[in-house]
Design a protein around this ligand. Structure first.
Ligand code: DGJ
Length: 552
């Protein structure tokens, strides 16, 4: 038993060292701004030389516009256990008069965040916020000659700036560049980790902009940058786009209708390209000043809806092959998920060329928000998760803070193993209509198979209860695992026919500061169903260190 304890402790020691390093490193490279770095199949956010897992929450749209108001929110944000707050910066507020910038509110926000030991992700509410252009300064709003509007097919002007106006791009870019220059100057301590460029762009109420400039662009040739990307990425193109392009001869040149067909889908592709180019120009300009990671977020489409019924042309999965070549400076196409089929959408955003980041999730106090976080981080290497309107949740007893408390403790282990094939995440998939697939999930980790179910053999749960459960498993050694989450029951087997037994299962937590695993109960008997399975109770987020052995 001592030898075993010792071995298990060696993992604890390694983690302790990692944790100590995490907090104590006086980085050789601390001047480098936060950036993204690949680790195997994962992409991690690196802050002062260390991977940083965003356990975040996004503020309501207007909450950061007034410092006195923002200041009242910190107790709520602390209770939510967030390490990062996502907060808007409004163009109308920072540039009330053209060329004259006022960063007082942003500076106050930085000060408050630092006083509360919290990082920030800034959301640039510039030319577009949820398709519309309501955050632009009055001098932009009112000068429709210089900053023309998008128009419907019938020619009706919308409260949406057209992306086909060079003056609009120049003005938005100038403001964005000023923001980044200011940040570079005032944030040498890297409170701000990333910036979102615009917010949920997308065309409404029709598929595309029909202003005169847009119609002229529609008659132009498809840019070679797009057709050459399609040719180079033939094997992995999104199916609908691939079919549209290939059935017309996979052309290297031609007008939009010649290359993709005269369809509403082509109009969406066209609009997406132009949004992407606009945002790419801004992003590149911002990065030239201060190269923080930059991302765009997307409003998803409800099933059966046509472009224009949903915000058309945003960075949706079926348009990734437009946005990737159209906006190469943008680091991440990020997903806002307000639909119940979280798993279905999350997995589409994790690609070799796109890490998963969830800047907006539905209702922080949803009973399954914590499970979504575990699943995204464990199964798809997400480097961050953040429900929307985190400041609205006044009752600190909801599940997300419990989940974040555990995720914070194991973040060094997650960061160490992400992208290595040694982490899996679990949550029962739910359909858009709300049907839950409660079937056990089978995966392999190293030489072991895991049969993961969302209820213990004696539990009879309603599908809605199954949905509140989720977690992750990290293989920390050949026969060692860290199992964390809520309501998982795991039966381990082997891939070579050997029988597998539980040598030891210990509940516990990682101590703040030292990073040592503080043992709780040694679990056996009823808690492992007499050695048959590992069970994480369904009434809260916990973790266990598990060691297995084989016999024949
Ligand atoms: C998605 C937007 O991106 C947020 O800014 C906010 O408006 C929410 N929708 C509201 O539900």
């Amino acid at each position: 038993m001592h030898a075993l304890t010792c071995k298990m402790r060696s993992t604890a020691c390694a983690l302790a060292i990692a944790l100590l390093g995490y907090t104590a490193i006086g980085s050789a490279d601390a001047a480098t701004p936060p950036h993204l770095r690949k680790q195997g199949s994962a992409t991690q956010l690196i802050v002062d030389d260390q991977p940083f897992l965003i356990l975040g929450g996004e503020l309501n749209n207007s909450s950061a516009s007034n410092l006195a108001f923002l200041n009242t929110l910190w107790p709520t944000l602390k209770a939510a256990e967030v390490n990062t707050v996502l907060a808007p910066v409004e163009w109308d507020q920072i540039e009330p008069v053209e060329g004259r910038f006022d960063f007082a509110v942003l500076d106050g926000m930085l000060k408050q965040a630092r006083a509360n030991n919290t990082k920030l992700v800034l959301l640039w509410f510039g030319a577009w916020k949820n398709s519309m252009s309501t955050y632009v300064p009055a001098w932009v709003k009112k000068d429709t000659q210089r900053f023309p509007r998008a128009r419907t097919r019938a020619g009706v002007a919308q409260e949406i700036l057209t992306p086909f106006a060079p003056a609009t791009l120049a003005a938005d870019t100038a403001a964005y560049r000023a923001l980044m220059a200011h940040l570079k100057q005032v944030d040498t301590q890297h409170t701000v980790l990333m910036v979102q460029v615009e917010n949920e762009v997308g065309m409404l109420p029709e598929v595309r902009d029909y202003s005169a400039a847009a119609n002229a662009a529609w008659r132009e040739q498809v840019p070679a940058a797009l057709t050459s990307y399609l040719a180079a990425n033939k094997a992995t193109l999104q199916p609908a786009l691939k079919t549209a392009w290939e059935t017309r001869g996979a052309r290297a040149a031609g007008t939009w209708t010649e290359v993709f067909g005269d369809t509403i889908e082509t109009e969406e592709v066209f609009q997406a390209w132009h949004y992407a180019r606009f945002i790419d120009a801004m992003t590149a300009a911002g990065k030239a000043v201060y190269p923080l990671p930059m991302y765009v977020n997307v409003a998803l489409a409800r099933p059966g809806k046509r472009p224009g019924e949903y915000p058309s042309a945003g960075p949706l999965p079926h348009l990734f092959d437009i946005w990737k070549p159209g906006a190469p400076s943008v680091d991440v196409l990020a997903i806002d998920i307000y639909f119940p089929n979280f798993n279905h959408w999350a997995k589409q955003f994790k690609r070799p060329d796109n890490p998963l980041f969830v800047p907006e999730g539905n209702q922080a106090d949803r009973t399954d928000a914590g499970a979504d976080a575990f699943y995204a981080i464990g199964e798809h290497d997400a480097f961050g998760f953040s429900p929307f309107a985190i400041d609205e949740v006044k009752d600190g007893t909801y599940s997300l803070p419990q989940a974040y408390r555990v995720l914070k403790q194991i973040a060094p282990l997650i960061n160490q193993h992400q992208g290595s094939g040694k982490i899996r995440g679990f949550k029962a998939p739910m359909s858009y209509e709300g049907e839950v697939d409660t079937a056990p999930q089978k995966v392999q980790l190293g030489g072991y198979t895991l049969n993961v179910s969302f209820n213990a053999p004696w539990e009879k749960l309603k599908p809605a209860e199954v949905q509140t459960r989720g977690g992750l498993v990290i293989q920390t050694g050949e026969d060692e695992f860290l199992v964390a989450g809520k309501g998982l029951t795991i039966v381990f087997g082997s891939s070579d026919g050997a029988m597998v037994g539980i040598e030891q299962a210990i509940e516990g937590s990682y101590e703040k500061g030292t990073g040592r695993f503080k043992e709780g109960r040694w679990l056996n008997g009823d808690q492992t169903h007499q050695g048959r399975h590992i069970n994480l109770p369904g009434d809260g987020y916990t973790m266990q260190r598990v060691k297995l052995y084989r016999y024949r």
